[in-house]
Design a protein around this ligand. Structure first.
Ligand code: GSH
Length: 219
């Protein structure tokens, strides 16, 4: 059976878990915190979570894992059959990661561990995410999903990238990024209302306190 390594507070882990649950793939969850066990690097070379273990071996990097899952488990598709539409889904996924998740993550030392992030970094991050919001406003016309009536990988990836972004920008700038993109609030609430999102959000809430303690102890 496929194994999924990671922990419930990780947004990348939840992105992959959401897709596994949606597709009805049987899997075993293996609780794994990055940086705890050097042997884990044989599964995920950068030591990051998530990774999956399959009959073929291990695979890391969420976007690559998602592509593999779509190819290996085509039932309940999350990518359009049309090549162009598929590429557009990929474009939105890439933008969600590059212009929302990764910049917001730079604020995490202060948000999660109380270690001050410089004003320069804060200004840079704010500028990048502002441009990300402008780009998303151009691309995203939820109806009700990002690419029409069917949910795609872009919806799943954007949801979990935005979770990180909302947490960090809310804490550092008191900025509600969702308000900056027309239609995003309704889309975000619709995504949060699914049974899978509720299950993962609850697990995230339950794991948050012990995760924050572990982060502070390490800092
Ligand atoms: N590029 C990776 C990023 C995954 C990632 O950053 N995971 C975090 C947990 S949410 C992690 O493992 N952090 C530990 C580290 O960066 O060493 C992916 O797409 O899977």
């Amino acid at each position: 059976m496929l194994k999924l390594y990671g922990f419930a507070v990780s947004n990348y882990f939840n992105m992959v878990k959401h897709v596994l649950l949606y597709k009805g793939v049987e899997f075993e969850e293996v609780l794994t915190f990055p940086g705890m066990d050097p042997a884990y690097n044989s599964k995920s070379p950068m030591g990051k979570v998530p990774s999956i273990e399959t009959e073929h071996g291990c695979l890391a990097e969420s976007s690559v894992i998602l592509s593999y899952l779509e190819a290996a488990y085509p039932a309940r598709p999350l990518l359009p059959a049309d090549e162009w539409q598929r590429a557009k889904v990929g474009e939105l996924m890439k933008m969600a990661e590059l212009y929302f998740e990764l910049p917001a993550r730079r604020l995490f030392p202060e948000v999660l561990a109380g270690k001050k992030v410089s004003d320069d970094v804060k200004a840079e991050v704010r500028e990048t995410i502002t441009k990300g919001c402008q780009a998303l406003a151009l691309l995203a016309k939820p109806a009700p999903y990002m690419f029409g009536e069917a949910m795609t990988m872009a919806d799943v990836a954007l949801r979990y990238c935005l979770l990180t972004c909302k947490l960090a920008t809310g804490a550092i700038y008191k900025w509600d990024v969702v308000a900056d993109v027309p239609g995003l609030r309704e889309w975000d609430e619709m995504m949060a209302a699914s049974d899978i999102s509720k299950q993962l959000d609850q697990a995230m809430q339950e794991g948050m306190a012990s995760f924050l303690e572990a982060v502070k102890a390490k800092a």
